[in-house]
Design a protein around this ligand. Structure first.
Ligand code: HEC
Ligand code: HEC
Length: 664
């Protein structure tokens, strides 16, 4: 029997041979990984690209097909879809591949060779209100999925860790996160339209005078359960120098030309003529004030991802889309997925020095690894999260129907507002607002199938293909079953959050309750272990509805809890799903000539070059298994496309290789 040491040696030998072959084939004597600290040859990596025919020592394999299969290579951002393997090509020509590669970025366990960590354990993140205490510590895990863990491989909800204060913050799930992001931008536009009468993108003192802020979640013409959400006042009625708005709006101050004054903290500061704001739909809540490092949380998926990679895994992103704001108005780039960004995003790798090929050489954590996350990586990670399917609702049972009615009756729906409307794109101009519309390329509608007794999905494309390019339709979308007003509330002492510096956050974001049946523990701090206790913990603004809950009969409470438990997540790759739109779920779904079994949403099967599975093979112990390892891995994943190829395996693609290797 081989020991694991043999295996390591075997693999090291294989890698060394391969490395030699590469060096010889390049005809160069340059040292692999020059300048990047840890060498790659012999370093174990986390990928399992192989199938049943591969010698597992040489090519680690996974017959279940669920592993990350491709080597880590930084994606190259481009706007030009004709550059094969660049991010515009991936997103427009092969959107499922872009989605899957973005998904891989959130599942991959990054290793030393990728520059993971570097300053593990250091205090990090934005500063709290005393101006010196950091919000968290840095570098705890090597992958997003280690926190966003339930369900596994789908950016679910998860663990609680020390953030803001030692009581910690609990990890929310990211199902439907794209819809949340899009509502945030739409709400910002709708609020601006209420007061910004000259349409210059910011609010002057005069425009704000006497004005209240509120939003309608659903237009009256659309049937459903919407509400009017109150968000405070645009002016500074209490005279503390800040607009009296809900802290879900993170304010920045501007001069008379609309340029952001980064150091300004009050309407009374010198040179301040007014303000603008971000609608912070993400995170459990903050004091809403800007710090040296921008706002305490990010309002877009892209900025959140860049921040999370750095804070949790010590991987700094260099991203001109977030950084560049030539006119200084606080709004920076527009991503390939169509999301406007804010220049307040806190990214440390600013690209002060760049190689001839455009790689940032800043290396903020000084671990010898350059541009640990690229602008292209963020294009893909954002694309995946934008399109990540929304949660499901198990309907049709009597008790859940009764529970839902009670939920409304006792006032829960006043804050946990069920329905929202995403407006279709409109050109803007002449006083009209330029809404972006639904930017996703597909929606997954998941319902309970009463006959099969299981959840069942239906893939609905939201994009059209013309001359090889997919273009999202950017229509409207009625979002049913969201259960949040996207505002903050004070739920009394039991929810007050004392931060490390002694400051107290009293208002927290109403968490959307979609998926809540699958995401215990509850509360921003994960301190309530079940649904009944988190509901009884509500007080303050929710006091009346909590008392109504407490005075329900036992049976009624059980109906209400059954309703909440019917709001569930699911594993996207395991869900029975009508993928080809023929109105049924096949029990032997054929892809690239192979029987893949139950019809399911495996992105690989929807690639431009669909993944071809191995099929029936004999596994270890002689068992017969349907291997889902791919036999056309390179073609399916485009690993040899010119803008993705990484011949020397250093994680930097050939087209933007590290300077040491090309310039020598
Ligand atoms: C150490 C655990 C941990 C890791 C690792 C982690 N997250 Fe999170 N994530 C959290 C917590 C906790 C929150 C809530 C933060 C808050 O409220 O302050 C969160 C919130 C988010 C949100 C906002 C969601 C919402 O509805 O509020 C996004 C988006 C996100 N994370 C993306 C990522 C991505 C992408 C990665 C990997 C690059 C990642 N996270 C890694 C714990 C983690
Ligand atoms: C005044 C607004 C308001 C009302 C009314 C209200 N909630 Fe909440 N709810 C919140 C806020 C805010 C939170 C987050 C608190 C925190 O974590 O700090 C929350 C959290 C929750 C959670 C935990 C979600 C999670 O993912 O952790 C559940 C479950 C919940 N509410 C159910 C209910 C039910 C059931 C009712 C009616 C009995 C209700 N709420 C009434 C505002 C409200």
């Amino acid at each position: 029997m081989r020991t694991s040491d043999d295996r390591v040696r075997g693999r090291a030998l294989f890698q060394a041979l391969r490395a030699t072959a590469i060096i010889l084939s390049l005809g160069a004597f340059s040292v692999l990984q020059a300048g990047s600290g840890a060498g790659t040859a012999g370093t174990a990596s986390f990928e399992r690209p192989g199938g049943a025919q591969d010698a597992p020592l040489e090519r680690p394999r996974d017959l279940s097909g669920r592993s990350v299969k491709t080597p880590r290579v930084r994606a190259i951002h481009t706007d030009d879809a004709s550059l094969k393997g660049g991010t515009a090509y991936l997103i427009r020509r092969d959107p499922w591949l872009a989605y899957q590669r973005g998904r891989e970025l959130t599942q991959r366990e990054f290793g030393a060779r990728d520059g993971v960590f570097g300053q593990s354990g250091h205090h990090a993140g934005p500063l709290l209100e005393d101006g010196v205490t950091h919000m968290a510590s840095r570098g705890h895990v090597a992958s997003c999925t280690l926190c966003h863990n339930t369900p596994w491989r789908d950016l679910g909800g998860g663990l609680t860790f020390g953030k803001n204060g030692a009581r910690g913050r609990n990890t929310p799930h990211l199902f439907g996160a794209g819809l949340t992001e899009m509502l945030g931008w739409q709400n910002r536009l709708d609020l601006l339209a209420q007061v910004d009468s000259d349409g210059n993108g910011w609010i002057s003192r005069l425009e704000a005078r006497g004005r209240h802020a509120s939003l309608l979640t659903l237009p009256e013409s659309v049937e459903g359960e919407g509400a009017r959400v109150q968000l405070g006042r645009f002016d500074d009625d209490d005279g503390d120098g800040r607009p009296d708005l809900d802290p879900i709006l993170a304010i920045w101050y501007v001069d008379s030309q609309g340029r952001r004054i980064p150091w300004a903290r009050s309407l009374k500061d010198l040179g301040v003529a007014g303000y603008s704001f971000e609608y912070q739909v993400f995170g459990h809540g903050s004091h809403g004030r800007q710090t040296e490092h921008g706002p305490p949380t990010s309002s877009t998926l892209r900025a959140f991802t860049a921040g999370a990679f750095d804070l949790h895994s010590g991987l700094q992103a260099h991203d001109p889309t977030l950084l560049l704001d030539p006119d200084g108005d606080g709004i920076s780039g527009t991503s390939l997925a169509g999301s406007r960004q804010f220049s307040t995003a806190s990214v440390r790798d600013r690209g002060a020095t760049k190689s001839a090929m455009g790689v940032s050489l800043d290396d903020p954590d000084r671990d010898g690894h350059m541009e640990e996350i690229s602008q292209g990586d963020l294009d893909l990670a954002e694309w995946y999260q934008l399109n990540h399917p929304r949660p499901a609702e198990r309907q049709g049972r009597e008790e859940t129907g009764r529970g839902r009615a009670l939920f409304r009756k006792i006032g829960c729906a006043g804050c946990h507002v069920p329905d929202w409307f995403l407006k279709p794109s409109s050109p803007g101009g002449k006083g009209g607002i330029a809404y972006p519309g639904d930017r996703r390329f597909f929606d997954l509608s998941v319902q309970e199938d009463p006959i099969a007794g299981r959840l069942q999905g239906k893939l609905v494309l939201l994009a059209d293909r013309r001359q090889g390019d997919w273009t999202p339709r950017r229509g409207s979308f009625v979002l049913r079953g969201y259960y949040s007003d996207l505002a903050t509330h004070d739920l009394g002492d039991r929810f007050a959050e004392q931060q490390y510096d002694g400051s107290v956050i009293k208002r927290h974001r109403t968490p959307p309750l979609w998926g809540v049946g699958s995401t215990a523990p509850y509360g921003h701090d994960g301190a309530s272990l079940d649904l009944d206790s988190v509901i009884r913990r509500h007080d303050g603004e929710a006091g009346e509805s909590t008392r109504s809950y407490e005075s329900l009969s036992r049976r009624q409470r059980s109906d209400l809890l059954a309703f909440l438990r019917s709001l569930v997540l699911y594993q996207t790759e395991e869900l029975a799903c009508d993928v080809d739109g023929d109105g049924k779920v096949s029990s032997s779904f054929t892809v690239a000539g192979k029987n893949t079994g139950l019809e399911r949403l495996n992105p690989e099967w929807l690639f431009l070059h669909p993944g071809e599975i191995e099929g029936l093979v004999t596994g270890a112990h002689g068992s017969e298994v349907n291997s889902e390892a791919l036999i056309n891995l390179d073609a399916a994943y485009g690993t040899n496309l010119p803008w993705l190829r990484d011949s020397d395996g250093d994680g930097h693609p050939d087209r933007r290789d590290l300077p040491q290797e090309k310039e020598r």
